[in-house]
Ligand binder design. Structure first.
Ligand code: GUN
Length: 295
């Protein structure tokens, strides 16, 4: 069994982005600039946003963090995004989700200019992804492809099963895997799927984005499968000082020895999301400056 170390893959992406950013800045004197908008005071979101800022600093990007109160209306948030759309010094815009209930995430994703949409959630980018055209791709599925490619894992002709149908992971993941570059045959499972274990047991590549701790058990995995665990769940653990530990959606200790390769949690898919955000931000900036050799 090979452990697919996202931390190592992310480090190589960060190095590549940092080097290309330096070359781009030397050539153009343009500062790559990401704007991150956070609405409300959710603790996990605050720490994600802080990590994104730190990564920008490390890449040599400029970043602007905009913090808005929970009481912000949808119209107010739209107006903040529109201002960022028309600010030519800003190349990437990310609105942290989840948003408060009274704001539609779809409405906000639609508002972000497609060429600044570093989350790849605008319908134009998701549509292009479905058509197999070049576009900004949601960071987590893009990071999973990067892991597969780094470890030379063959996808062509395989049966890939994706558990989860969210716009940010499941749907784009399924598109990427079925598109020309990967050439997999894809099955998408979700909360209403019958006989889930039977479906997953036929997967050569199993991507799990259920958001439920330790749900994928030994009987659900085909011997020799490649298992990609997108889950990041906190479960109570009194032996830890902080009172919890982080586990994936896959029961790693039960499943690992029967896989040909598996991502650990933490240190698997998680670190790739920020790495790909950096890559997308540089790509967005370079595309806005007419450079297309950015992948
Ligand atoms: N919340 C958790 N992950 C993400 C992400 O990748 N992008 C945004 N915008 N919000 C998130």
């Amino acid at each position: 069994m090979r452990e697919l170390k996202g931390t190592e893959v992310a480090r190589s992406v960060f190095e590549d982005v940092r080097r290309r950013c330096r070359e781009f800045v030397d050539k153009t004197a343009v500062s790559v600039h990401l704007a991150v908008v956070l609405v409300g005071s959710d603790g996990a979101s605050q720490s994600y946003v802080a990590s994104k800022g730190k990564a920008c600093d490390e890449m040599g990007f400029v970043h602007t963090d905009i913090r808005l109160p929970d009481s912000t209306s949808e119209a107010e948030l739209i107006s903040v995004v529109e201002k960022l759309n028309s600010d030519s010094s800003v190349h990437g815009i990310l609105v942290q989700i989840p948003l408060p209930k009274h704001i539609s995430e779809h409405r906000i994703a639609e508002t972000i200019a497609p060429d600044k949409d570093v989350d790849g959630l605008n319908p134009v980018n998701l549509g292009k992804l479905l058509l197999g055209q070049s576009c900004l791709v949601p960071c987590t599925p893009a990071g999973i492809l990067e892991i597969l490619s780094y470890y030379h894992i063959e996808t062509k002709g395989t049966h890939a099963v994706v558990i989860g149908r969210s716009a940010i992971v499941g749907k784009p993941m399924a598109s990427l895997l079925m598109n020309k570059r990967c050439d997999a045959t894809v099955t998408v499972c979700h909360s209403k799927t019958k006989n889930l274990a039977q479906m997953t047991a036929s997967a050569d590549i199993l991507v799990v984005a259920m958001g439920k701790p330790l749900c994928v058990t030994r009987d659900m995995v085909k011997p020799g499968a490649v298992v990609i665990d997108v889950g990041i769940n906190r479960i109570p653990d009194s032996t830890k000082k902080r009172g919890y530990r982080i586990v994936g959606d896959v029961d790693y200790s039960a499943v690992a020895d029967m896989c040909s390769a598996i991502t650990p949690v933490p240190g698997g898919v998680g670190p790739m999301t920020i790495a790909m955000l950096m890559k997308n931000t540089l790509q967005a900036c370079m595309t806005q400056y007419g450079e297309h050799n950015c992948r």
